[in-house]
Each structure stands twice: as C-alpha cells, then as structure tokens.
Design a binder for this molecule. Structure first.
Ligand code: SF4
Ligand code: SF4
Ligand code: SF4
Length: 315
C-alpha cells in the first residue's frame, strides 16, 4: 500500500466521520484488469475501497452534478479543470464540494496493450512495469509505452483547484503545445478528409464517448431529440460525422482534454483529433483554455469588442 492511497483513505475517513461530506467520489479496483472504476464511499468503514494508480482513468467530475448532498472528490489535473468549467456553468456548487487534489503521472491506455496481447486476462503493475497476460500472448511494458496520448502532452497534471493536496507535484510536459494539431493542419485537404472518413466509418454511435464526458450533461442530447430529429437511429458515416461535429462544437472552449471519451470508445475512433483542433482554435482566437482558472470566464460565455468576427464579415 503506498502512502498516497493511505492519505486518500485517511482524508476520506476524516471527512465522513466529521460529517463534512455525505459521500466521497473516488476510484476502486474494477472487475477488469487495468481498469479502476468510480466508487461512491458513504461510510468511514468503506474508505478501504479507495485506490489510486495509473488505472484511475475516468474523469470523476462526470459524476459530481448527479450526486446529491455534500461530496468530496478525488481530482487529478483534468478532473479539476472539468470541475472549474462545471462551476462556471452553474452545474456544481463550490460550497457543496471538497476537492482532494492529487497530482497525476498519467493513465494507462489499455488499447495500446491489447493491440499487442489481445484481450487482457491478467495484469500487474510493479515498480512502473506493467506485466500483462493476454488472449494472444504475454508481455511486459514500461509505463511510458502505454501512457495515454493525452497524458503524454498534458500541461495540467496538477490540480488547478483543490481543498487539500495529497502527494507531490508532477513536472509539466515540455512538449510543443498542439504539435499533433499542427501536424494534422499541415496535411492536404484530401488527406484530412480520408483520415476523418476512416474514423467516422468506424463509429457505431454507442455514445460511450458522450457518456464518459464531464461536459456532456444535457438532460436531452441533440442526438436523442425527436423534434426536430437531427439523426436517425441508424449508423452511417455522414450521420456519425454529424454527431461528432455537433459534439465538437458544443465542446468548443469547454473540453479539458482529459481523454476519457477516446479511452471509452470501443472502436478506437480518434475523437481527440477534432477536440484538440477546436481547443487550439479557441486558444489562438480567444486566448482561452478550458477550466484552468475560476477567474477566467469561458471564451464563449463572454463578448469582447476585440473578438475576432471574420465569420460575420463578407469581404
Ligand atoms: S490528462 Fe492525463 S496526465 Fe493530465 S491530469 Fe488527466 S489523466 Fe493525468
Ligand atoms: S464511443 Fe466511439 S463508437 Fe461510440 S459513439 Fe463515440 S466515437 Fe462512436
Ligand atoms: S470531450 Fe473528451 S477530452 Fe474533452 S472533456 Fe469530454 S471526455 Fe474529456
């Protein structure tokens, strides 16, 4: 048991014992290898369920608005950014929330492993090495090899808002911001079209991406709307694109690049490529990054006379 897990459990135990919160939202060991699952701890005895490691991949901010009462939440950098956006959008009341901030070294993307081992049967993590027994073979990986793409370039691994900080802090990635987007922008129109056609052809519109996203909280998503009916129940490439394009636009200036949507996708669709392009454009045009400060209003919530309006002007 590492000190950080002990500290998370002790903090949760104290908060529940003192009656400061009704529930602690954290992670527990999941039923599948290398997959922690969100858990809701309501009694001091139950805090032993809480864990913390590189399998804690969900963005727990997704569950805050739906959980009644005063709550504490274990928050890594991207969870904390999502909480900031949710507070700015009046979905979460700050006074009802106690944020247990934990710096994050990144999370494992199981898909990277399963490409090489087939479905994972058993796995252990020891001293930064991940040993996997899969349906098609066994292999040992370093953490760097299986770290999710979003974590490779994460600029906010340390919580941006917290009531207590547990563990140390993590050095911020020095990689060129948005290098992946720039690479995509440098492709020709036909190359980009071919790439996104391929991605949209893979989508089965299961909506796992939407459901994993802390920012997708509309009581009725436009895809489920009957009047007007934007999409049929069928799956085809153009409707899949309509869904993802709608989602990207709704997430402009709000997506915190946690990668939860991409990791949740059973089809390996590169959802992140579209959200990252949107995030870069919002940064370039409005000098805004989602959820990095409570004091900075979301780009699309405010109007400034200096805002670029090229789309309104016909030359
Ligand atoms: S993006 Fe990855 S590294 Fe950054 S805080 Fe989230 S899980 Fe951790
Ligand atoms: S999770 Fe993947 S397959 Fe499911 S709707 Fe989203 S992009 Fe499509
Ligand atoms: S769109 Fe994906 S990366 Fe962005 S906040 Fe939602 S789950 Fe996270």
């Amino acid at each position: 048991m590492n000190d950080l897990i002990n500290n998370i459990r002790e903090t949760a135990r104290q908060l529940l014992t003192d009656g400061k919160v009704d529930v602690v939202i954290g992670y527990e060991k999941g039923s599948l290898p290398l997959k922690a699952t969100p858990c809701f701890v309501r009694t001091p005895q139950d805090v032993e369920r809480l864990i913390w490691d590189a399998t804690c991949e969900n963005n727990l901010a997704t569950y805050v608005a739906q959980t009644a009462g005063k709550k504490a939440i274990v928050a890594k950098g991207c969870d904390s950014r999502a909480l900031v956006v949710l507070m700015q959008e009046n979905q979460v009341v700050r006074d009802d929330l106690y944020i247990i901030g934990v710096s994050c070294q990144g999370v494992i993307n199981k898909k990277i492993i399963e490409i090489q081992t087939g479905e994972i049967i058993e796995a252990t993590i020891t001293d930064g090495k991940i040993s996997v027994k899969g349906m098609e073979g066994s292999k040992e990986f370093s953490f760097a090899e299986v770290k999710d793409a979003t974590c490779q370039t994460c600029r906010y691994p340390n919580p941006v808002i917290e009531d207590i900080h547990l563990g140390g802090t993590v050095n911020v990635s020095q990689s060129t911001p948005f290098a992946d987007v720039i690479e995509m922008e440098n492709k020709s129109d036909s190359e980009r079209q071919a790439y996104f056609n391929e991605q949209m052809s893979k989508c089965i519109r299961c909506y796992a991406c939407r459901n994993a996203c802390p920012m997708c909280y509309c009581p009725e998503c436009f895809v489920d709307c009957n009047s007007p009916k934007w999409l049929t129940g069928g799956v085809d490439r153009s409707e899949n694109l309509m869904f993802q394009a709608g989602r990207v636009l709704h997430l402009a200036g709000r997506c915190v690049d946690c990668g939860a949507c991409t990791r949740a996708c059973p089809q390996g669709v590169d959802i992140r490529a579209m959200n990252r392009k949107s995030a870069k454009d919002v940064l370039v045009m409005y000098n805004h990054e989602a959820g990095i400060s409570e004091d900075i209003q979301p780009a699309l919530n405010v109007y400034s006379a200096d805002d670029p309006e090229a789309f309104l002007v016909k030359e």
